[in-house]
Design a protein around this ligand. Structure first.
Ligand code: GL7
Length: 839
């Protein structure tokens, strides 16, 4: 505590935020000369980026401090968003835009001799996520801050984010993404916040003669320290700045002297290094569970540190424990943080001395769980032997949770179910899978330990109730299950990514208010007959295509004049279920068609198209890597074929990430969201593309369904089988002696096997998965329907005026897909929290 007599001095020197160019310039030079120990004679773009970031960051920190102090004072209910992935991308541009100082910074830097655009390019992406799930978490943080919700994100500070992708001879090659090479101005290390986390060890029983009770005590065998790193999250057009806290693992300072004295120095050091490995690297799998011990360690490390922090913050308020769920809402982003349920129960029982029932009631009220996928291979399961070794006390608690739960189920159904039916039900909802090896099912645990479970798009939320979780609906009824359709932040995905379109829209809607109330976009429909507006709309798209072709030239050396081309884009993780193979088969089909035409026919019949692909494959995903190779091989042939010149290009953009997405998405005329119906829970890039004036070719899957409803059927190109028929078709495939391929696809396969794209044999597994291995993803069933949709697109694009009309109507009706709307829905239906206005 600072003595009262000193406080006026503190106030006199309190840091003031810059608000004028001269302030910014002074602080910038200050950071160059002191923080970086450089000078004007020794200042490159990187140094300028760091000094500029530090200056903008200082501004955020002032507001961040005030936000935190205010919240401590008011002590509102807080939201804790637990996510193993936060795919943040770059921070500086976003921070300037949200704080409303971008123009000021641009001008100041220019006066100081720098170009803002070049400086922004110096920032590495914070790529602490794989794909949609991680980016969703980042959009939610933006909306939570913008909506002034008292909230914290909790995650891990991986030293290596998702790998960087290089394409060598057409193949994906992974290189490590060490994003912290130059110090990171956007994080504040909190070396004073150190939380011990234990692993392994054993459980002891301790008898208390006074109460006549025995108590379980977990004696951990290995201790690691969690150190906090804080990332300020600015809201748009508000002084509210929330916190994202990421944990980093470091060894305890207690060196193992027994080992040391016995001469085993090496082993003692090795244990220390083992600690740091916990937060070394992000697992690079998307929609796939690999079940590695280190991953479970990451999960517990993160969950234990976060809960310790949350409980400590609650205890400081001296409120009774019964108020815990009135003050704390914890949202589980997928099953990755499910251990938090067990850890909180353990804290209440073992450390705070609650009865089981009192503890459990609070736990269930505290948690909500979001499911992001129905795919079997993504559902997390942990082998019991591994669990028992790493977290012996937690496993006991899980058994007890499961015991009480199954007892409740049995009671509910014993009078109406036969013995056999009851057994089936119990074994399906049990947390434990009784198989070899026995496994803990994290989704079951997450459902049992949460008061609400939500899917991420209407179709998906319905599907989970009738497939993977149908037996839980029997137990709980369907009130526990709800839907919150995903959304994206229009600040990053419109204003930052597409400043020209954002400005054009602002010019009609009377400013940027629409970024805070995206439904205002609806008013764009008043300008459907405004020729000048439509012309400008068209020019913006063309300018964005130029921006993309510049990037393509830089990354691949391939030159494209965008003026005549329709841009058809599919960028997302490479996955069989997302069906990039369907897309590239379509490109080959088109290429064969172009080759079959005379030059004159080409001129009159062919709509010139650039197909742009981008996305990473998990390093161990053989099929996905083969798809990447095929795309590159097709590009190699097509882009160098004189017959196709001016008609067809096929580009693979290497190392797709958030900052590249911000350039790629605004340039699209058509984007592809073509997953097998029922497999893509939501998709979120579909929303980003439409928000930027692109149209969609897509299946009736995920959020495509709701996008169609909002923008109208005439403005989207849907094709393919419906989710409700997929199981029957698969069944037919399984029992058919052999699959009959459509003629169109046969041609494509023949071309591939003829060796046009290098060794024909190389792609055999890809073709065989369709023709001999049951075509699980329905490529053959949807191929002709896909080609027809592509034809409709070519046709529609000819009427450019109508196309622009479709584009404007689509954007005008995207208001629903703001992540601000998602956060409001979560706040009301799941968290029961209100925004807190700072006065
Ligand atoms: C995903 C879904 O695949 C994707 O459709 C959804 O938009 C996203 C966010 O809800 O979550 N589920 C998942 O495991 N990953 C996703 O991107 C990796």
């Amino acid at each position: 505590q600072i003595p009262l007599s000193s406080r006026s001095l503190w106030k006199k020197f309190a840091v003031k935020e810059f608000s004028e160019k001269s302030d910014f310039e002074r602080d910038f030079v200050h950071h160059i000369e002191t923080t970086l120990a450089r000078s004007m004679y020794n200042c490159d773009d990187l140094a300028a980026y760091q000094a500029a970031s530090n200056t903008v960051r200082d501004k955020l920190i002032v507001e961040w401090n005030e936000t935190q102090q205010f919240q401590t004072l008011k002590d509102p209910k807080r939201i804790y968003y637990l996510s193993l992935e936060f795919l943040m991308g770059r921070a500086m541009d976003n921070a300037m835009l949200n704080a409303g100082v971008k123009d000021l910074v641009k001008d100041s830097l220019s006066e100081l001799g720098f170009n803002l655009e070049d400086i922004l390019e110096q920032e590495p992406d914070a790529a602490l996520g794989n794909g949609g799930l991680g980016r969703l978490a980042a959009c939610f943080l933006d909306s939570l801050s913008t909506g002034k919700y008292p909230s914290w994100g909790y995650g891990l500070r991986y030293q290596y984010g998702i790998f960087a992708q290089r394409i060598i001879d057409g193949y994906q090659v992974e290189t490590p993404d060490y994003w912290l090479t130059f110090s990171n101005p956007w994080e504040i290390p909190r070396h004073e916040i150190q939380i011990p986390v234990d692993f392994y060890g054993f459980v002891e029983e301790e008898f208390n003669p006074q109460t006549n009770e025995t108590k379980k005590i977990w004696k951990g065998g290995e201790r690691v320290i969690a150190v906090a790193y804080d990332f300020p999250i600015p809201g748009y057009s508000t002084k509210n700045v929330n916190n994202l806290r990421l944990w980093s693992a470091k060894p305890t300072t207690e060196f193992d002297f027994s080992k040391f004295n016995s001469g085993d120095y090496q082993n003692s050091v090795r244990l220390q290094q083992r600690a740091e490995s916990i937060t070394a690297v992000l697992y690079p799998n998307d929609n796939f569970d690999q079940g590695k011990e280190l991953r479970l360690k990451q999960q517990y490390f993160w969950v234990a540190a976060s809960l310790h922090d949350i409980v400590r913050r609650f205890k400081k308020t001296k409120r009774p424990w019964s108020e815990f769920p009135l003050q704390v809402a914890i949202q589980l982003n997928d099953t990755h943080p499910t251990l938090a349920i067990v850890e909180l129960q353990r804290i209440f029982i073992d450390l705070e001395g609650f009865s089981w029932d009192d503890a459990w009631e609070i736990v269930v009220k505290t948690f909500g769980y979001t499911n992001h996928t129905v795919m079997q291979e993504a559902l997390e399961k942990w082998p019991i032997p591994l669990f028992e070794r790493l977290l012996p006390r937690h496993l006991e608690i899980i058994y007890t949770i499961n015991f009480f739960f199954l007892q409740q189920v049995e009671k509910k159904f014993q009078s109406t179910y036969s013995q056999k039916e009851l057994e089936n039900l119990l074994s399906s909802v049990s947390v434990i899978e009784e198989y070899y090896p026995k496994q803990v099912r994290m989704a079951n645990l997450a459902i049992i330990g949460s008061h609400r479970v939500n899917g991420v798009a209407e179709l998906h939320s319905e599907l989970i109730k009738t497939t993977i979780f149908k037996d839980f609906v029997k137990v709980y009824g369907d009130k526990k299950f709800t839907n919150v359709t995903n959304g994206v932040t229009p600040r990053r995905w419109l204003r930052e990514a597409n400043p020209e379109l954002a400005e054009l829209i602002a010019s009609k809607l009377g400013g940027y208010e629409y970024l805070l109330n995206l439904n205002l976009l609806k008013n764009l429909e008043n300008y459907l007959d405004d020729k000048d507006f439509k012309h400008k709309w068209d020019i913006v798209k063309l300018n964005n295509k130029f921006r993309l072709t510049k990037l393509i030239k830089k990354l691949t050396g391939i030159e494209i004049n965008p003026t005549e081309y329709l841009f058809d884009i599919q960028v997302k993780r490479i996955h069989e279920y997302k069906r990039q193979q369907l897309n590239i088969f379509g490109v080959i089909h088109r290429y064969l068609w172009i080759k079959s035409l005379s030059p004159k026919e080409r001129k009159s019949l062919v709509q010139p198209k650039v197909y742009v692909f981008g996305g990473k494959s998990a390093p161990g995903y053989y099929m996905a890597k083969l798809i990447i190779k095929l795309i590159n091989a097709v590009g190699e042939l097509v882009n160098n074929d004189a017959d196709a010149e001016g008609y067809l290009k096929c580009i693979f953009v290497p190392d797709y990430n958030v900052s590249k997405a911000q350039i790629i998405i605004p340039a699209s005329d058509i984007s592809e969201h073509i997953s097998t119906a029922g497999t893509e829970a939501s998709g979120t890039s579909n929303m980003k593309f439409v928000l930027n004036g692109g149209l969609i070719i897509g299946t009736v899957d995920g959020a495509n369904v709701e996008i169609t409803r909002e923008i109208g059927e005439d403005n989207i190109f849907l094709f393919g089988n419906l989710a409700e028929n997929v199981e029957d078709i698969r069944h037919a495939h399984r029992y058919a002696p052999h699959l009959e391929l459509p003629e169109s696809l046969k041609q494509v396969f023949e071309a591939i096997e003829s060796g046009k794209f290098g060794e024909g044999d190389e792609y055999k597994p890809l073709l065989d998965s369709v023709r001999y291995h049951k075509d699980y993803y329905l490529v053959s069933d949807d191929f002709d329907s896909y080609l027809q949709a592509q034809e409709l697109i070519d046709e529609a694009y000819k009427d450019r005026d109508d196309w622009i009309q479709k584009s404007i109507i689509s954007v005008a009706n995207m208001g629903f897909f703001s992540s601000d709307r998602c956060i409001e829905e979560y706040a009301e239906m799941i968290w029961d929290v209100e925004p807190l206005e700072r006065d």
